[in-house]
Design a protein around this ligand. Structure first.
Ligand SMILES: [Zn+2]
Ligand SMILES: [Zn+2]
Length: 262
């Protein structure tokens, strides 16, 4: 099994050393771990991310550890880029300058709101209106036009705090999935949602079925922000995936894909 979404202390809101994350993955019997730490250029979230200047050191550290642990586990290096239109070109330039294994794209901000922040959930994310969902999907849609992304992370994270999206959200999601297939992008099964009020993987099992029907490849990530979260809820998620019809995951090496049976 693989975990392609693990953070590090560099993002200022995760605990544990990179070695501890790797050790946790080894203890859980994973064959691969991929660091996918935040690169957020949006000023609302840049204190929750590495800075652009940290990128070379982060990549170097992951590669060194990859070498050090190569007999026990495969260590990959990637970035979780926050998609904010204003900074998209700058972020895309970073992905060209450095040789990562995988680049993930995520939407964390809808206008002035950090939609994944628990602070915000106490205020107004608990019951978002239809326009909010529409704006979120507009950003996801726009993100798909950038060719730098290999993987779309936590596709329906907008449900994180437990609100059920309206029917229109799922209708529009069908269009988004068609575009993901057309653009030949991989979708992440992000198991962190099972630890959130949503209590469901991202994307929802109902969406997963449609992903399989559209033949969209998938990868797996825990979104661990602590070493013990590596590989969380994977047994449950594998069952969901297999029920949807999937029999393989996608891994990445220097942005080239390969298949991993499950
Ligand atoms: Zn994220
Ligand atoms: Zn993440």
């Amino acid at each position: 099994m693989i975990d392609y979404h693990v953070h590090t202390r560099l993002c200022n809101h995760a605990n544990g050393t990179m070695v501890q994350y790797i050790q946790s993955a080894i203890d859980k019997g994973l064959s691969e771990i991929c660091f996918l730490d935040h690169l957020t250029l949006n000023e609302m979230g840049c204190d929750l991310s590495m800075g652009i200047d940290d990128v070379p050191l982060y990549l170097y550290a992951a590669r060194r550890l990859g070498d050090q642990y190569k007999d026990r586990i495969t260590v990959k290096a990637g970035l979780e880029i926050d998609f904010t239109p204003m900074y998209a070109e700058t972020a895309a330039a970073v992905t060209e300058r450095f040789s990562f294994d995988v680049i993930g794209g995520s939407v964390h901000f809808v206008e002035a709101a950090n939609i994944v922040s628990s602070k915000r959930s106490k205020n107004d994310t608990a019951h978002p209106d239809a326009a909010f969902y529409e704006q979120y999907l507009d950003l996801v849609d726009m993100m798909l036009d950038y060719s730098c992304f290999d993987v779309i992370c936590h596709l329906d994270v907008v449900k994180k705090f437990g609100a059920q999206p309206p029917a229109e959200f799922f209708d529009r999601m069908e269009e988004i999935l068609t575009k993901i297939k057309h653009k030949d992008i991989v979708l992440e099964i992000n198991t962190s949602g099972l630890s959130h009020p949503a209590n469901a993987v991202y994307p929802d099992p109902a969406i997963l079925k449609s992903c399989f029907e559209k033949d969209i490849p998938v990868t797996f990530g825990s979104d661990a922000h602590r070493p013990e979260q590596v590989g969380r809820h994977f047994d449950e998620a594998v069952t969901l995936l297999r029920n949807a019809g999937y029999r393989r995951l996608t891994g990445f090496s220097r942005q080239n894909r390969y298949e991993i049976p499950i």
